[in-house]
Structures are given as C-alpha cells and as structure tokens.
Design a protein around this ligand. Structure first.
Ligand code: AMP
Ligand code: MN
Ligand code: MN
Ligand code: MN
Length: 276
C-alpha cells in the first residue's frame, strides 16, 4: 500500500488539474489518494472520476487555513462530505479575503520596486478566488526575482519580508467543527512548519485534540527525517493517530506524490481510525 493523504490541484495552488494529479499518483504507484486543496472542494468531483477510471482508491479531502494565536496553521479534513452545507459555507468565508490580501501583497511588492505582481499572480491562478502566495512565488520566480519558488518565499513572502501581508483565516475550533460536522477526520498538517516553541506546540496539540482533532502528519514533504521522529513521538504522547502526505503541488515543486517513507510501525495510521 502506498497511501498519500495530502496534495493539491489547480483548484487551489497546485500546478496540475485534479484529474492529472490522480493519474500522476496512479502512475507513481499510489494506491489511496486524498486530494486536499486549500479551502476548496471544487476539484474533488473531477479527481474522483479520474480515480474511478484508473482504479485507485480516492478520499475527498480539504486543507483548511486557520489562524491560531497569530500563526497560520493548516488542518486537513479527510473523508469529508463535499456536499455538506456548513462546511461549504465555512470554506467560502475563509476564501473571501484572498483577493483583497493578494492586492495588498501586490502593493507591498510594488513598494520595494517590483511592479505588476498582483496581475501576474492572478493570471497564474486557474481559480482566481484561490490566488495564493504560491502564485506570487511562481510569478516572481518567472520574473527572475529569485532562483526558484522556495527562494522567493524565503526572500519575499514570509513574515518579516517585504511581500508578507498578515491575514486572519478561520478559528481552529470552527475548522474542526466544519470538518467533523461533515463526517470528516481532522489531521493537523505539517506541524513542524509553524516555528512554534515546544510549549506552544503542546498547547496547539492539546487544543486540537480537545476540539475533535484525530491525527497529525508525521511523514510529510514539509518535514525533515528528524521531524518524522519528533512528531511520531508527539503523536504517541498525545494519543493522536498519524498521517502521511506528500503535500505535492506540482512537478519539481517539493515532494513528489507517493514518494515518502512509511509511517513508524508503532503509530496508529489515520486510515485505521473508525470512520475512515
Ligand atoms: P497562502 O495560503 O496564500 O498563504 O499560501 C500558502 C501556500 O504557500 C502553502 O500552502 C504552500 O503551498 C506555499 N508555501 C508556504 N511557505 C512556503 C515555503 N517556505 N516554500 C514553498 N512554498 C511555501
Ligand atoms: Mn499550498
Ligand atoms: Mn499546508
Ligand atoms: Mn498542503
């Protein structure tokens, strides 16, 4: 079994259409795939149809943007009912500020002498409502502002850099309610990426579990090998299941579909949880 429970399509900030993501996963030996676009369920129908054609097991997913104590964190929902009205309305609310934020990012970059970024990013977003920092990064890399998208993030798009604009996403408790209310299982995405202190991380995990969270990603494209171990330990400590997902966004952009190591054997995989 090669299970990949986190990836993106052009319905959010992925480079490939939903069906193309599924076919690529199949081609790389993935047997169970969840598509988890940011704040967005619009790619699931196409992806599921492609999965039926290829014969790979498909999981409806979503990755919800949350602001927790001023830090952006991501919560993946797996096996959500994509027709659930409360989930749909919640995600629509989360999406609603994106274009406004993107304009502000464009203005911030213009202030340091890089013009036309809002228009450039928007033109790269298949779904304009989902214009994201990833689209800015791709545009800026194409313009030669930095060597690649990773370098663009480091130099322009993260807190403390000229193109960073803070934004209020959803509340953790709301995101958990939307996911679990839609029959889904909530997974804290790439917990090693948030730069939280050990004590803040412990508080986040406790709050996440109290609010109905089930699992954390231990093996993700955003973690180092050392973090696979660190977060496996935390999953055991907090009694959380573990998930594995590449967080694939496109060819040559970070981890490839189905490419990561297996979960540590002593962990409970999220796909064994009741309801999965
Ligand atoms: P946004 O939701 O618009 O703030 O964009 C967040 C997205 O940017 C994430 O989902 C990642 O795809 C991407 N991202 C964030 N930080 C980095 C980074 N340091 N390097 C590459 N991509 C990143
Ligand atoms: Mn992304
Ligand atoms: Mn994420
Ligand atoms: Mn992601």
């Amino acid at each position: 079994m090669n299970i990949d429970l986190h990836c993106h399509s052009s319905a959010s900030d992925g480079a490939l259409a939903p069906g193309a993501v599924v076919r690529r996963a199949y081609g790389r030996g993935v047997t169970v795939l969840a598509l988890t676009d940011h704040d967005q369920l619009g790619g699931l129908e196409e992806a599921r149809a492609a999965a039926v054609e290829c014969g790979i097991a498909f999981v409806d997913g979503v990755e919800v943007s949350v602001t927790w104590r001023g830090t952006t964190v991501h919560v993946v929902g797996l096996r959500v009912n994509r027709l659930d009205r409360v989930l749909q309305a919640g995600l629509e609310q989360v999406r609603s500020g994106r274009v406004r934020r993107a304009k502000l990012i464009g203005e911030a970059l213009a202030a340091v002498g890089i013009e036309g970024c809002f228009e450039g990013a928007l033109a790269l977003a298949e779904n304009p409502a989902m214009v994201s920092r990833t689209h800015f990064a791709r545009f800026l890399a194409q313009q030669g502002a930095a060597a690649d998208t990773k370098a663009v993030f480091r130099d322009y798009l993260v807190p403390g850099k000229p193109g960073y604009v803070p934004h209020q996403w959803s509340e953790l408790a709301d995101a958990l309610c939307w996911i679990t209310g839609a029959g889904g299982i909530a997974v804290l995405a790439h917990p090693g990426r948030y730069g939280l202190s050990a004590s803040a991380l412990g508080e986040l995990l406790a709050e996440f579990k109290d609010g109905g969270g089930d699992a954390i990603e231990t093996v993700t494209g955003s973690h180092t090998r050392g973090q696979y171990r660190e977060f496996s330990e935390l999953a055991r400590h907090f009694g959380l299941a573990a998930s594995r997902g590449s967080d694939f966004h496109g060819p040559d952009e970070g981890a490839e579909l189905g490419s990561l190591p297996a979960l540590e054997a002593s962990l409970e995989p999220v796909w064994r949880r009741p309801g999965f």
